[in-house]
Design a protein around this ligand. Structure first.
Ligand code: NAD
Length: 474
């Protein structure tokens, strides 16, 4: 299914099944756009781009505000769609809709705030004028874990700055994106060609990246996919912004507020069934409090309500059989390498939903730095806890990762916190709290967690390029 040039079109590539994670049943089948159909969407976006960029920025901002209003009016339906295809609990799904609306409203408010510069010339009778020009056509490629929020995180700054967009949702969760596009087309239409949609999986995404009509790729997804996107983009020097995976360490220091640390880390590990790039993936606890922390952590994990995401639950199913297999394999490897299960232990059952992708929240002891559960993204509800003797050791283990997205520190000591912020090689550090990001901050991974970054002023300006004009009047 494609939305191109202001109209819906059938895509002719292979259909891909969408499953309900709670039951494992197929709920839809969505066709894939072929490379030629991706090209049609890019043509439409190219045709629309110059006129769109010539509109007053306030008009573009008004369009984003209108879309935000429509999403707010339909927040329940959008959240229900997220519950259905992602399997995230309803309260979290409503939170995602608000997050998405936040990106639209925040970026809309930049409409009168993007500034250029005027410099004195080096020769008599000259001034130099630096202005922010759009990049052109942005290919926005989204993952399955936050389909609506990540879509809006990309399209809002791209459109506000005068770019047009061809978006591609994940083939695992395309339904909320289709729903959102229907709402926009019906209640807050943009000029034809400004915002286009193509559905499909890897091949459709790869076609969008490889096409010379794409000026920039804004990609969120797996590290290895990001590398392949960058390699393809390099052939034409197409710009990329890559938001990739993470292996967030949570450091709990001896002076931490333990109630706060336990509640926050349990939340950060189990939100969206642990399928969040900023999830607390490994917990490093000062050895003097590790027994107390672990006892409380295990009790809090055992109190989590696992069940159908439309109910009052804390943890829903994992999104797909593939993700369930991946987390199960990571757990098996950890056990083979010597980890011990403190609670949980793998596949769960939920009455009435035998076919769902349920995973019992699991806590591991007996882990060591270097084990894959301490270095590779697990992306599921498995928490390894490791005792550390001093801050040097904690920081060295935390940094011993090819990822560098988010990190957490729980301490009341100023020096400990400042040293941690200074020494951690991570793009986003949270002190005495965990999830989530603010729309006006900056979300970016160091090392193999990405390149570029989103949100706030710096994320917005990434969708622009600086044009210089020398005004010689002498
Ligand atoms: P994925 O890389 O499998 O897929 C992401 C998107 O890329 C999908 O739309 C997919 O169809 C498309 N795609 C696949 N192959 C492609 C190719 N060769 N060229 C172009 N597009 C291609 O990732 P996923 O499984 O959907 O998402 C989970 C991953 O995303 C995790 O690693 C997670 O940490 C990461 N993630 C990161 C952030 C962040 O902000 N840093 C946010 C959410 C998720």
């Amino acid at each position: 299914m494609s939305f191109v040039d202001g109209e819906w079109r059938e895509a002719s590539g292979t259909p891909i099944a969408v499953t309900d994670p709670a039951s494992g049943e197929e709920i839809a089948s969505v066709p894939s756009a072929t490379a030629a159909e991706v090209g049609d969407a890019l043509d439409a976006a190219r045709r629309a781009q110059r006129e769109w960029s010539r509109l007053p920025a306030t008009t573009r901002g008004d369009h984003l505000r209108a879309i935000a209003g429509v999403f707010a009016d339909h927040r329940e339906a959008l959240a229900d769609s997220l519950v259905r295809e992602v399997g995230k609990p309803k309260a979290q799904a409503l939170g995602e809709v608000e997050f998405a609306i936040g990106f639209l409203r925040y970026n809309a408010d930049w409409d009168r705030r993007i500034e250029g510069e005027i410099l004195p010339g080096d020769v008599p009778g000259e001034v130099i004028h630096l202005l922010r020009a759009p990049v052109g056509v942005v290919g926005a490629i989204c993952p399955w874990n936050f389909p609506l929020a990540v879509l809006c995180r990309k399209i809002a700054p791209a459109l506000l700055t005068g770019n047009t967009v061809v978006a591609k949702p994940s083939e695992v969760t395309p339904l909320t994106t289709l729903h959102a596009f229907r709402l926009v087309a019906e209640h807050a239409p943009l000029p034809p060609g400004v915002l286009n949609l193509v559905t499909g999986g890897r091949e459709t995404g790869a076609a969008l990246v490889a096409d010379p009509r794409t000026s920039m790729v804004s990609f969120t997804g797996h590290r290895d996919t990001g590398k392949s996107v960058m390699a393809t983009a390099a052939e034409r020097l197409t710009r990329v912004s890559l938001e990739l995976g993470g292996k967030a360490p949570a450091i709990v220091w001896r002076d931490a507020d333990l109630d706060l640390a336990v509640a926050s880390i349990v939340d950060a590990r189990h939100f969206n069934a642990g399928q969040v790039c900023t999830s607390a993936e490994r917990v490093l606890v000062h050895e003097s409090i590790v027994d107390d922390f672990t006892g409380r952590y295990v009790a809090a994990v055992e109190a989590l309500r696992v069940g159908h995401p439309s109910g009052e639950v804390d943890v829903g199913p994992m999104v797909s059989a593939a993700q369930h297999r991946k987390t199960s394999a990571a757990l098996e490897t950890a056990l083979r390498e010597g980890a011990t299960v403190l609670t949980g232990g793998g596949t769960a059952t939920v009455d009435g939903y035998a076919g769902g992708y349920w995973f019992t929240p699991t806590v591991l002891g007996g882990v060591r730095p270097g084990m894959s559960v301490m270095t590779e993204e697990t992306f599921g509800p498995v928490t390894p806890i490791y005792p550390v003797a001093d801050l040097d050791e904690a920081l060295a283990i935390a940094n011993d990762s090819r990822y560098g997205l988010s990190a957490y520190i729980f301490s009341r000591d100023y020096g400990t916190v400042m040293r941690t912020v200074d020494d951690l090689d991570f793009g986003e550090i949270y002190i005495n709290r965990t999830l989530g990001e603010s729309v006006h901050a900056h979300h970016a991974g160091f090392k193999e967690s990405g390149i570029g970054g989103e949100d706030g002023k710096w994320g917005l300006l990434r969708y622009t390029q600086i044009k210089t004009a020398y005004h010689h009047f002498g």
